[in-house]
Design a protein around this ligand. Structure first.
Ligand code: MN
Ligand code: MN
Length: 480
């Protein structure tokens, strides 16, 4: 009661200008400011669960298989095992173990359109080349080709874990994960000590500090016990691999081996308000979108959640968002709801609405000059709306129509979602694209809406727990 009286008192004291300012200004402020104790608790609990997810799944294939487990525990069925679909049904389709399409069938026909939230499960990393293993200086080494946009110097001298598959010509698929458990070895990319880099490496431009062909992984150092032969360290490594996995050197030709930071996701800061972790671009949107669709029951329009692959290299490939594999999934929904007829899928798409759930570059006060402070997403300001991306005059962006942005804002207001708006860095200095363009190409309204990440594409990225929680509320509100 006393608190209320005080509030009233304060209202009275306000000048006209103060009140008007409060009413008219877009007062961007941190969500932590007015958060209730309950909501804060919820946000922290949600982020604990998110960090567990991050630690279980570090690659797109692991995200797909772990997310599939979660879906099965929440009454979702594999669409290949379902012959007929009716409103309220919950299904998913897996595309070659690398991307995942999830649906909750709505009360209205698919013809009226879908509400889609699409995130990507792939993250920048270090991939092995197809003939990686060699020996030099009595060390066993692996040649790599990095994946996605990385600052290469950030990936040296940190523990890296190995994840991936090697497929033999008989079709046998060997799954490998080394370096996540405490008792497993890790891998390592070297760098010069400062004592030696003077007058050489130190004079390179920062971005060239480590060259692509210098991203070589240390893989062993014990020679095979036979002094008669050459390349004994390499042989010893191949023998270990052959004993353990039954593979030969040539089998690397049909492998996908990814090296990612072996660090665990952790809370960051004295107040534990932030999350540090590898691959938050865009696993943070994968997790929040996945949790959101778990809570979507009997929606009006069919809700779709996508965890796609190959975003970081341009949405391409059979498991990327440009692939017609997504159409195949929607056609299966149309078949199984008995709605399919020629041209129907075009109609479905043109009536559909999508959120491209991807991260945005969060404001970093140490490098404030690289941002437009009035138009960037700050940690703790809620989920971030990004009307357009692109580079130099919005080039390559699928700028969202203002009408659709307004519609999404209304949905957020109705669902108590805190949001901000931003774009990626300063005009003519920065830019980027997302799978939004692939939705727009299909004739859908689409808006980029995700989470601010500081140090994006680095081995350890930073997000805010309150933004994560608001993204979850945003995606749930959009799909339900
Ligand atoms: Mn991304
Ligand atoms: Mn990215």
């Amino acid at each position: 009661m006393i608190i209320n009286e005080r509030t009233v008192e304060k209202e009275v004291e306000r000048t006209e200008g103060e009140s008007l300012k409060e009413k008219l200004f877009n007062n961007k402020k941190t969500v932590w400011e007015d958060i209730s104790e309950d909501e804060k608790k919820e946000a922290f609990k949600f982020s604990d669960e998110y960090m567990f997810y991050l630690n279980q799944a570090k690659t797109e294939k692991e995200i797909v298989s772990f997310s599939k487990e979660i879906l099965l525990k929440n009454d979702f069925k594999d669409i290949s095992e379902v012959t007929e679909l009716k409103p309220g049904d919950r299904v998913f389709g897996v595309n070659r173990n690398r991307s995942l399409y999830i649906a909750v069938i709505g009360n209205e026909n698919l013809e009226n359109g879908l509400n889609i939230v699409g995130a990507h499960a792939d993250s920048p990393r270090i991939d092995l080349k197809q003939n990686p293993l060699y020996e030099e200086g009595e060390l066993g080494l692996l040649k790599t080709h990095y994946y996605g946009g990385i600052k290469k110097y950030q990936w040296t001298t940190i523990p890296l874990s190995m994840h991936g598959i090697i497929v033999k010509t008989n079709g046998e698929r060997v799954t490998i994960s080394i370096g996540e458990k405490e008792d497993e070895p890790v891998f390592y990319i070297t760098d010069l000590p400062p004592h030696l880099s003077k007058g050489g490496q130190d004079d390179r431009k920062l971005i060239e500090g480590i060259a692509g062909e210098e991203l070589n992984l240390i893989a062993g150092s014990i020679p095979f016990d036979d002094k008669q032969i050459s390349e004994r360290v390499k042989l010893n490594i191949l023998k270990i691999l052959n004993d353990k996995y039954g593979i030969k050197e040539v089998d690397f030709t049909s492998s996908e081996i990814e090296f990612v930071p072996a660090f665990k996701a952790r809370s960051v800061g004295f107040d534990e308000s932030l999350v540090g972790g590898y691959g938050q671009d865009d696993k943070v949107c994968c997790y929040t979108a996945l949790r959101a669709i778990l809570e979507v029951k009997n929606p009006q329009k069919t809700a779709i959640c996508i965890l796609t692959d190959k975003e970081e290299i341009g949405f391409v490939g059979v498991t990327g968002m440009e692939s017609h594999s997504f159409e195949r999934f929607i056609l299966e929904l149309l078949d199984k709801t008995n709605e399919n007829k020629p041209g129907m899928i075009e109609k479905v798409f043109s009536n559909s609405k999508a959120i491209s759930a991807d991260v945005d570059a969060g404001f970093d006060p140490t490098f404030s000059g690289f941002f437009d402070i009035k138009n960037c997403s700050k940690l703790g300001h809620g989920v971030c709306i990004c009307k357009y991306g692109g580079v130099r005059g919005k080039s390559g962006s699928s700028e969202s129509p203002a009408e659709f942005v307004a519609e999404v804002r209304r949905i957020f207001d109705e669902n108590g979602v805190s949001y901000t708006s931003g774009e990626l860095g300063r005009v003519d200095r920065a830019g980027g694209g997302t799978i939004a363009v692939t939705f727009a190409n299909r004739g859908m309204e689409v808006l980029d809406c995700g989470i601010a990440v500081v140090s994006m594409h680095s081995p350890y990225e930073l997000t805010s727990k309150v933004d994560i929680y608001n993204a979850f509320k945003a995606y749930r509100g959009f799909m339900k």
